[in-house]
Design a protein around this ligand. Structure first.
Ligand SMILES: [Zn+2]
Length: 109
């Protein structure tokens, strides 16, 4: 039941409602009126499903994206901290977070 897309409900509802109206018009009685209402209910369910799916999608996407970027941020920060750079003047190794060489004072960034 939940895997049937809303558009199928709408299409089936329209078909049932239209068919019941068509039969009633031809037979000149209201024998199919229940089917007409059933069709309307199906259309309503279909529209409801489509709307809820759209709302769910809108709520899910930004959350996932922020989670990924947050994790990526942490990973990038860790990599940046562990990265080793060399002083251009004296060749001393430093962590990338250092701004100046500890040996000769040359600006590293
Ligand atoms: Zn240096």
């Amino acid at each position: 039941m939940p895997k049937i897309p809303g558009i199928v409900f709408v299409a089936a509802g329209i078909a049932i409602a239209w068919f019941s109206r068509y039969v009633d018009a031809r037979t000149e009685n209201q024998g199919m009126i229940l089917f007409f209402y059933a069709g309307i209910v199906l259309i309503a369910i279909g529209v409801f499903k489509i709307i809820t799916k759209m709302i769910m999608k809108d709520q899910e996407k930004p959350e996932k994206e922020t989670n990924i970027s947050e994790e990526e941020k942490k990973i990038r920060e860790t990599i940046e901290k562990r990265r080793i750079i060399m002083c251009g003047m004296c060749g001393t190794r430093h962590y990338a977070t250092s701004n100046y060489c500890h040996m000769c004072g040359t600006k590293l960034k």
